[in-house]
Design a binder for this molecule. Structure first.
Ligand SMILES: Cc1ncc(COP(=O)(O)O)c(C=O)c1O
Length: 405
């Protein structure tokens, strides 16, 4: 549409919205930057090589040749698409094989794969929580959990939604204690929180769930491959797979692919399979991504030293930034936030890091609470020590210039 004609009213806001344009003009717009090439721990953007300290490819598997090979083999065997939903023509033998192996990996009876982690949360939560039920969610949970709640509320009248203060067991108990014991309750929490890099107090969540007759749904998107001695996530970190009734994870992070799964008791998974709309009304994970996810699972099982290295890097970076005077919040994992507070300062810091060859992500409200703008740094098992030292040096320099430290 030319600018001289009047846009339909539904589009008026698009023509009037200027935030992104202003940030672009000021040269501090950080989003949608195309990566021209991925080279392990480095990326090429605008023709320049940067150290990637902003990816969720925690184990560095997305560029591993074994992953590429398995993806290619799956395409050669099955083609490029399943051309249908799991419910109909879109279930491959490879989906089912992967599900059996994932269930065993997380210590559950059964698993079910969705096309993305986002859909896994939407589908599983909305399938389970119905009329009159209660869903109780940590305030820092990922947006896909919130959207799962929105879908649940949209599909069922009288769903009761409660949000408790982040990882705050008193607040969780305050909410649980008010709900009649016989009413159905699902507590939903991230295992590792995606912006703050801290770990849920899962043993306490489990104890409260048992006391108040609730079930526990655990989002392990940033935990599998990352925490626990062999990378099996937060339940392994606390040495007990029964701490969560249901575990979900995505393939878009440690697994270096795309897709997601939920795992739990066989009958619960079978129910989700028949009632999850995002599973039934969307095409299934394509063969290439299934092949890659399967290869990743095998590598995680066979090479626990990758997880160990990642944990060693996390410790180094949390201590490194902390010693420099950055506010790293309650980080315990390779997600290390640098909390700045002010949006503009956060974007400026991001820009200086970018110009000096370090890729990190600026995060502002609503992804974090207002006035808690932060730089989300995240690390991969394939980072070398000299790269980590360079990141710390540049951050120290730029942090001092901007009065952040
Ligand atoms: C905690 C958490 N859950 C779920 C998802 C959704 O996963 P996916 O990107 O595979 O859709 C994400 C992705 O960022 C996440 O961080």
């Amino acid at each position: 549409m030319s600018k001289t004609t009047t846009p339909a009213s539904v589009f008026r806001k698009c023509y009037e919205w200027e935030d992104a344009a202003r940030a672009r003009e000021a040269g501090i717009y950080p989003f949608f930057r195309p990566i021209e090439e991925a080279r392990g721990s480095k990326v090429i953007i605008e023709g320049r090589e940067l150290i990637m300290a902003g990816s969720n490819n925690y184990l560095g598997l997305a560029t591993d040749p074994r992953m590429r090979d398995r993806a290619i083999k799956a395409v050669e065997h099955y083609g490029t698409s399943c051309s249908g939903s799991r419910f109909m023509n879109g279930t491959l033998a490879l989906h089912e094989e992967l599900e059996v192996r994932l269930a065993a990996f997380v210590g559950k009876e059964a698993a079910l794969c969705f096309t993305t982690g986002y859909q896994t949360n939407l589908g599983s939560i909305a399938a389970l929580v119905g009329r009159g039920d209660h869903i109780i969610s940590d305030k820092f949970n990922h947006a896909s959990i919130m959207d799962g709640i929105f879908l649940t509320v949209g599909l069922n009248r009288n769903v009761n939604v409660h949000r408790y203060k982040h990882n705050n067991m008193e607040d969780l108990e305050r909410i649980l204690a008010k709900i009649p014991i016989e009413e159905s309750k699902l507590i939903v929490t991230d295992g590792v929180f995606s912006m703050e890099g801290d770990i849920v107090d899962l043993p306490s969540v489990r104890a409260l769930a048992d006391k108040y007759n609730a079930a526990v749904y655990l989002d392990e998107a940033h935990a599998i491959g990352v925490v626990g001695p062999t990378g099996r996530g937060v339940t392994e970190h606390f040495h007990d797979p029964s701490l969560a009734d249901l575990v979900m994870c995505t393939f878009s992070k440690s697994f270096g692919s795309i897709g997601g799964f939920v795992a739990g008791d066989e009958l619960v998974i079978d129910y989700i399979k028949h009632f999850a709309r995002p599973l039934i009304f969307s095409a299934s994970i394509p063969p290439a991504n299934l092949g890659a996810a399967m290869a990743a699972l095998e590598i995680i099982e066979q090479e626990p030293e990758r997880v160990e290295r990642l944990q060693e890097i996390a410790e180094k970076m949390i201590k490194g930034f902390g010693d420099l005077g950055f506010d790293v919040g309650t980080a315990e994992t390779p997600i290390v936030p640098l909390v700045i507070g002010d949006n503009e300062k956060t974007f400026t810091f991001w820009k200086h890091m970018f110009e000096r060859g370090v890729y990190v992500n600026p995060v502002i409200s609503p992804a974090v609470p207002p006035n808690r703008a932060l730089i989300r740094t995240s690390y991969m098992a394939i980072h070398e020590d000299h790269e980590l030292d360079t990141i710390l040096e540049i951050a120290a320099d730029e942090g001092k210039k901007l009065g952040i430290i």
